[in-house]
Ligand binder design. Structure first.
Ligand code: ZN
Ligand code: ZN
Length: 372
């Protein structure tokens, strides 16, 4: 049992399932399954499913050919039966029978993983006629949303790894290269600096910087252009990084420099607003108000941030009007942006953790515009 995979998570999940009025949770591969067992199962058409019942039993149902991998994972060290179903067998019937045994009959309502494939959700509906389905997300959310000290350290390691990549972007980002060429170098460095995967690489040059989720293109980056670089991915332990910095190939256009200063100030103010008891909506407002006051409100077209952990985007969401009260241990991004369509854009993104005394900013690379 590692610090990251603390004992007692399955016990808490049984209790939370019962409190939610559900008979069981059915969790296919994803962050919920990994959070509870440490097993980084790959989503496949063959069913892998962690069954967690309100009555206190659990089983990991896996295809026969995945059994050795499941047993070799941290799940193999838990007091958790690993039930293999044979190739060509009916995996859904295996889960149904486990549920009937645990519930003393057909379950009334089960919580299915939010990101379960539709074909699996429908197969469960067919295998369990009369059993209502609800989302498991709200149950797992209560367990996952406040990070343990070990989880915060895992997020910090991820943040420092992505900082190290940002610190090197000047090695690859030059006028005359395409976004895709620069992106390939960055992706390699994301792996070199310890990530398990370069989950996303955004290199938005010039007008592409005004599209927040632009990825890469064959556009040749020009001199004097601002470039938005938003990168991240999971580390081998599953905890994710996500950080955005803005670079400029030479002196920035004057209007760009003006709104970048506004953005930097807004990001700072939002981070400073984070503390227990404040709502996510108040943090969003702390970010949005200085941008609106400077006349750029209509160009800040997304929420201020998203939670992060084993998923790159998870609760809590830092969005206008949210009454979600921040608590110590919650980890999320603060990432305001200003996007001038057809011209250029900017975003500054850090991962922060709400602490007893305020805020812990995990990223350390400079937030000022980097002139290359
Ligand atoms: Zn990002
Ligand atoms: Zn983000």
């Amino acid at each position: 049992m590692t610090d990251l995979l603390q004992a007692g998570r399955l016990e808490r999940a049984h209790k939370a399932t019962a409190e939610a009025g559900l008979d069981a949770l059915l969790l296919t591969p994803g962050a919920d399954l990994r959070y509870l067992t440490g097993y980084d199962a790959h989503p496949l058409e063959r069913l892998t499913c962690l069954v967690v019942t309100a009555s206190g039993s659990a089983a990991l149902v896996v295809p026969e050919l995945e059994k050795a991998a499941a047993e070799a994972s941290p799940a193999g060290e838990l007091d958790l039966p690993i039930v293999a179903w044979p190739e060509g067998g009916d995996a859904y019937a295996v889960v149904r029978d486990l549920l009937r045994d645990a519930c003393g009959g057909a379950p009334g309502q089960v919580g299915i993983a939010n990101r379960m494939w539709a074909e699996q959700a429908l197969a469960f509906a067919a295998a369990l006629p009369g059993t209502e389905q609800a989302l498991a997300g709200p149950v797992l959310r209560e367990l996952r949303v406040r990070k343990s000290p070990a989880e915060v350290e895992a997020l910090r390691r991820a943040a420092h790894a992505i900082d190290a990549v940002h610190d090197r972007v000047g090695e690859w980002l030059r006028a005359g290269r395409t976004e895709a060429e620069v992106g390939r170098d960055i992706a390699e460095a994301i792996l070199d600096h310890g990530h398990a995967e370069a989950a996303f690489v955004i290199v938005g040059s010039g007008p592409n910087g005004a599209s927040p989720h632009h990825a890469l293109s064959d556009r040749v980056i020009g001199p004097g252009e601002p470039v938005v670089v938003d990168i991240g991915g999971p580390m081998p332990d599953g905890y994710c990084s996500d950080s955005t910095r803005v670079y400029c190939l030479g002196d920035p256009p004057p209007e760009f420099a003006a709104y970048y200063a506004v953005l930097l100030d807004a990001q700072e103010q939002a981070c400073a607003a984070v503390r227990p008891g404040v709502t996510a909506g108040e943090v969003d407002a702390a970010c949005r108000e200085p941008i609106a006051a400077a006349g750029y409100g209509e160009y800040f077209i997304h929420r201020t941030g998203h939670g992060i952990g084993l998923d790159g985007h998870e609760e809590p969401y830092v969005i206008g009007g949210s009454g979600e009260i921040l608590e110590s241990g919650m980890a999320f991004s603060i990432e305001p942006g200003i996007y001038l369509p057809g011209r250029h854009g900017a975003r500054i993104e850090d991962i922060v953790v709400c602490t007893e005394s305020g805020v812990d900013r995990l990223n350390r690379s400079p937030r000022e515009l980097v002139i290359l």
